[in-house]
Write a protein that binds this ligand. Structure first.
Ligand SMILES: O=C(O)CCCC[C@@H]1SC[C@@H]2NC(=O)N[C@@H]21
Length: 240
């Protein structure tokens, strides 16, 4: 895989989409001026944290492209474990938690048909300034504060690029089954109560499973619900 390292960019994912490279390429930046997160949120990035996006044309159907979300979360966990980090769990669909704080986020986008951009942000040394954390949302945490480990962004990329290549090869060879099993092995809150916020609806229940399509399976008072997209909260449901 090729690599590009930039001192500053608006967003590595925006840059990846502009370049639209067919050769798989990691684009890393030391500063982002307009980093973005899931659901149109901003992603602030104090310098020293990790921001990189992989752009490539994976082939396969849109469903297989979407499952890269779990491939990526597992690969990011693998990479962090290889750097000596313990206490990592995965929050559906693709956050990496450390000691129950949000250490890393993943943004998967398809800016053009067949093109995939996987954006990865890791709070290596600092967390973004506390703005408005939604009640029940997992608070951000930095690797340095939680573990004392100081990892340079380039070292993070050296660990992540091969870890992702290995997990993606596993996915391409064996399909989603082993990825799903490994993801479940590290899932946060499995078998416990969670709240899932959907557009126009908030559900509470027990997090029972990840299904073979990557949907969260929630046991509610009205039976099982399969959820393809939503925000998961670990706190008590909020009154409205
Ligand atoms: O909301 C999330 O949890 C996803 C955050 C993803 C942030 C990364 S940082 C590198 C890449 N470039 C961006 O603008 N966003 C992603």
């Amino acid at each position: 895989m090729d690599r590009v390292v930039l001192p500053e960019v608006d967003s590595t994912s925006a840059e990846a989409a502009r370049r639209a490279l067919a050769t798989p390429t990691w684009i890393m930046a030391h500063r982002q001026t307009a980093g973005r997160g899931r659901r149109g949120r901003a992603w602030a990035m104090p310098e020293g944290n990790f921001a990189a996006s992989l752009v490539w044309r994976p082939g396969g159907d849109p469903a297989a492209m979407a499952l890269r979300s779990f491939v990526a979360a597992l690969a990011l966990r693998d990479a962090l474990v290889s750097l000596g980090v313990a206490g990592l769990t995965l929050k559906w669909p693709n956050d990496v938690l450390l000691d129950d704080g949000k250490l890393a986020g993943i943004l998967l986008e398809s800016p053009a048909p067949g093109l995939l951009v996987l954006g990865v942000g890791v709070n290596l040394i600092a967390v973004p300034e506390a703005t408005s954390l939604e009640p029940g949302a997992v608070p951000p945490i930095s690797l340095l504060s939680a573990s004392g480990l100081r990892v340079e962004p380039a070292v993070m990329l050296d660990a992540l690029a091969p870890a992702f290549a290995a997990r993606d090869a596993q996915f391409l060879t064996w399909g989603f089954a082993p990825i799903r099993t490994a993801w479940l092995d590290h899932a946060a809150r499995l078998g416990r109560g969670i709240t899932v916020r959907l557009p126009g609806e908030t559900l509470t229940g027990i997090f029972r499973d990840l299904d073979t399509d990557g949907c969260l399976v929630l046991e509610t008072g009205h039976g099982l619900r399969r959820i393809a997209a939503g925000d998961v909260f670990f706190g008590e449901p909020q009154c409205s």
